[in-house]
Design a protein around this ligand. Structure first.
Ligand SMILES: CC(C)(COP(=O)(O)OP(=O)(O)OC[C@H]1O[C@@H](n2cnc3c(N)ncnc32)[C@H](O)[C@@H]1OP(=O)(O)O)[C@@H](O)C(=O)NCCC(=O)NCCS
Length: 162
């Protein structure tokens, strides 16, 4: 499946916000504050808001942080239409996009322990489990949950022609 990560158009923002605000995901993802979304869209060197487009249609979003370091973080990730292979294609393309920046060593993220769909996806792409963070996050339904830090080394995605 071919797709590209790009800056969202104005009319794509509501869909990102709607997913972030959907109660179904209160225990899995966070609502990035509007000010942080705006800073990313205004060209902050450390953050980015992107959508993954397949056939011209946005199917997933990513909010990236720590981009001015060697270790970019996938801070938030969501797929609008789940279970159709978009997540895998999007994350694979995201890792390849990050690998194009020579100073980036690892792509990393935190996932709620027990978010099996996400963890299986990350593992299938070669993410390793680095750290267990007991009671690392208080969700929007006021649950205190464990998290796992996962990371992907970017070196092996680099080819001389990149
Ligand atoms: C987790 C998420 C990003 C996966 O995206 P997706 O498009 O549904 O996943 P895909 O269809 O590409 O599936 C890729 C792999 O993920 C895993 N997966 C996807 N859905 C799954 C499910 N319901 N149960 C178990 N594994 C699942 C499988 O390993 C799958 O590979 P396979 O089809 O070869 O078995 C998506 O479900 C989502 O947006 N969830 C809500 C928000 C969220 O949890 N974000 C991640 C926060 S860290």
């Amino acid at each position: 499946m071919n797709g590209t990560w790009d800056i969202p158009a104005q009319d794509e923002l509501p869909r990102i916000v709607a997913m972030m605000e959907d109660e179904a995901f209160y225990d899995k993802i966070a609502r990035v504050p509007d000010a942080d979304l705006e800073a990313a869209l205004a060209g902050s060197p450390d953050t980015a808001l992107w959508v993954f487009r397949v056939d011209g249609r946005a199917v997933a979003y990513a909010f990236m942080t720590e981009m001015a370091t060697k270790y970019p973080k996938l801070d938030e990730f969501g797929v609008f239409e789940r279970g159709r292979g978009y997540g895998k294609a999007a994350l694979d393309a995201l890792a390849r996009k990050c690998a194009k920046t020579p100073r980036y060593e690892k792509l990393w993220l935190h996932v709620v322990d027990g978010n099996e769909a996400a963890m299986a996806l990350y593992r299938s792409l070669g993410f390793g489990e680095e750290l267990f963070i007991a009671k690392g996050w208080k969700t929007r339904s006021d649950k205190v949950v464990d998290q796992v830090r996962m990371w992907l080394k970017l070196d092996r995605l680099r080819r001389p022609e990149d």
